[in-house]
Design a protein around this ligand. Structure first.
Ligand code: ADP
Length: 532
């Protein structure tokens, strides 16, 4: 057979086999793959050039891999076929849709032009089918085959890396070399294409802070915008079970001043800070997010333990820029989780640095409320200056004395009562298939003393127990290849209603995370500080 005829037949065969694979007709797909394999083996025996022989050998391996995956899929499908024909059929249909979507997406993503060099591999795009077998050693890779599609550089010119990569001194070092002042305003390079390029992709706040599009804290600003700021956290009060008293207090303390800034002037000025305290996992963060969503404020969420470890010695700068940004994007909510950790001495003995952060926080909180005290501000100006500071803590007694005073309003967020727990079961089983005969009252009774996070964990665990039971019925074997290649098909097979015994087992497995003595401690704090 001629080379071109082999390639044509091969392409056709592989295409057909894959389509049959997607349609779930694994038996027919296998027969097509076999024909393709025969063609390749024959062609390999015909060519004499050793490098061509090797290439055909690679094609052979790849087809064999696809055959193996199809055989696995066939086996897996057969284990379910006897149990539930219709479910399998539905799963297959869904799988087809997903596979088609994935392929379309992949094709758009790759945006790669056909390269005639690939002719020698039967006209197939190498990266598309050989990704899985790419040699680990780059030297062993054929550059024609293994060179990845080119990625367009991000127009901000830096990787969207995580906080870990942030070097607080990097920008300053770079700047020192250029002889620019810290605010980056007098470079003498105003105007021109260079400046235009620098400004491209920079946020409004960045350009407000560094009008020429560059400065030593640029990276820090972009990081805060990326990691700390959320335009709208999209949490509704209805997503939060019960806590009616806290919701009313918070709406009055936080939402009304946003809606009627003019009314909340002088003696009625908004609280300097609102503290949510109580056992962990009771909805403090959810409440802060719901307030930010409903009040349409820009939401900034930070935790001192995170930023202290990432910005050693620079944390107070982070606090300063954070508040400056919050004022710029006002009305805003600055939410500080684990606020008790502010100003505390940490394990590394860097007490001086943590005191500096605390001092900066106190200054900023005073600054925010001081601005709102100005009587000559118009309503519009007032709105533009509203920055609500909210803190959350599980250890209110550890809070620094001066900081505690700044949090003028303190709201206790207790463990959920029976109404709250029932509601939490409802919220957390929303997307789950649950048996019709669940005795919810019994579960609510059994979970007395549990937090919202504990109940979320119980629901998660109960649904996983269901999955494990199904896996056990299929021999307990986890087929990672099938999961990787046909995720939604496998997902469908593993779904079954969560039963009462699954929930009972999960409750036994997950103890409540808060003890009675801890609850007493919170109540003592409430009695002592609620109005102080
Ligand atoms: P924390 O009080 O520690 O800030 P979170 O607000 O982060 O707790 O809640 C942790 C998780 O617990 C939430 O993601 C949610 O699943 C669940 N949860 C806690 N309280 C509630 C509640 N009142 N309503 C609904 N879910 C809740």
């Amino acid at each position: 057979m001629s080379k071109s005829q082999t390639i044509l037949d091969l392409s056709e065969c592989i295409k057909l086999a894959r389509e049959l694979d997607i349609l779930g007709d694994y038996e027919k797909a296998l027969s097509k793959y076999q024909t393709a394999l025969n063609l390749v083996t024959q062609r390999k025996s015909e060519v004499s050039d050793s490098s061509l022989k090797e290439n055909w050998g690679q094609v052979e391996t790849l087809i064999n891999n696809e055959i193996k995956m199809t055989q696995e899929a066939l086996k897996f499908a057969q284990t379910f076929q006897n149990n539930d024909e219709t479910r399998l059929e539905r799963a297959k249909q869904e799988e087809i849709r997903n596979q088609n979507l994935m392929r379309n997406n992949q094709e758009q993503k790759n945006e790669i032009q056909y390269d005639p060099k690939w002719e020698r591999f039967g006209g197939m795009r190498p990266f598309e089918i050989w990704e899985k077998d790419e040699p680990e050693d780059p030297k062993e890779r054929d550059p024609d085959v293994w060179s990845p599609p080119k990625v367009k550089p991000n127009n901000r010119g830096f990787n969207r890396g995580r906080l870990v990569n942030y070097d607080p001194n990097a920008a300053a070092k770079a700047q020192a070399g250029k002889g620019q002042n810290p605010k980056g305003k007098d470079t003498g390079k105003k105007g021109g294409k260079e400046e235009e390029d620098r400004k491209k992709g920079k946020s409004a706040f960045y350009l407000h802070y560094y009008p020429n599009g560059e400065g030593p804290d640029g990276e820090l600003i972009e990081m805060i915008e990326r990691e700390v700021m959320e335009r709208s956290p999209n949490v509704k009060f209805d997503d939060i079970a019960e806590l009616e008293e806290a919701k009313i207090t918070l709406k009055e303390a936080v939402l009304l001043p946003l809606l009627m800034p003019d009314f909340f002037r002088g003696v009625r000025r908004p609280w300097k800070g609102v503290l949510l305290y109580g056992p962990p996992g009771t909805g403090k963060t959810l409440l802060a997010k719901a307030l930010a969503t409903q009040g349409k404020t820009t939401f900034f969420s930070v935790s001192p333990t995170t930023f202290a470890s990432k910005w050693k010695g620079e944390s107070e700068k982070l606090v300063r820029i954070l508040f400056e940004m919050a004022r710029f994007y006002a009305p805003s909510t600055v939410f500080i989780d684990e606020v008790d950790a502010l100003g505390q001495k940490r394990g590394d003995g860097d007490n001086e640095a943590s005191r500096k952060v605390l001092a900066e926080m106190l200054v900023q909180m005073d600054g925010v409320s001081g601005k709102l005290d100005q009587e000559d501000l118009s309503v519009e100006e007032l709105k533009k200056n509203i920055v609500m500071v909210m803190g959350a803590t599980n250890l209110p007694w550890d809070l620094d004395e001066a900081l505690r005073r700044r949090f003028e309003k303190k709201v206790y967020i207790p463990l959920p009562n029976s109404v709250g727990r029932r509601e939490m079961f409802r919220i957390n089983t929303k997307g789950l298939e649950v048996a019709k005969n669940i005795d919810w009252d019994r579960l609510v009774l059994k979970t007395e003393g549990y937090s919202g996070a504990d109940i979320a964990n119980i629901c998660r665990e109960a649904s996983l127990i269901t999955m494990r039971e199904i896996l056990k019925r299929t021999g307990g074997r986890i087929d990672f290849t099938l999961i990787r290649d046909h995720p939604s098909f496998v997902m469908k097979q593993l779904q079954a209603p969560v039963t009462q015994s699954n929930f009972d087992e999960a409750v036994k497995y997950i103890p409540s995370s808060v003890s009675q003595s801890e609850v007493k401690k919170y109540e003592q704090f409430r009695d002592e500080y609620s109005n102080k």
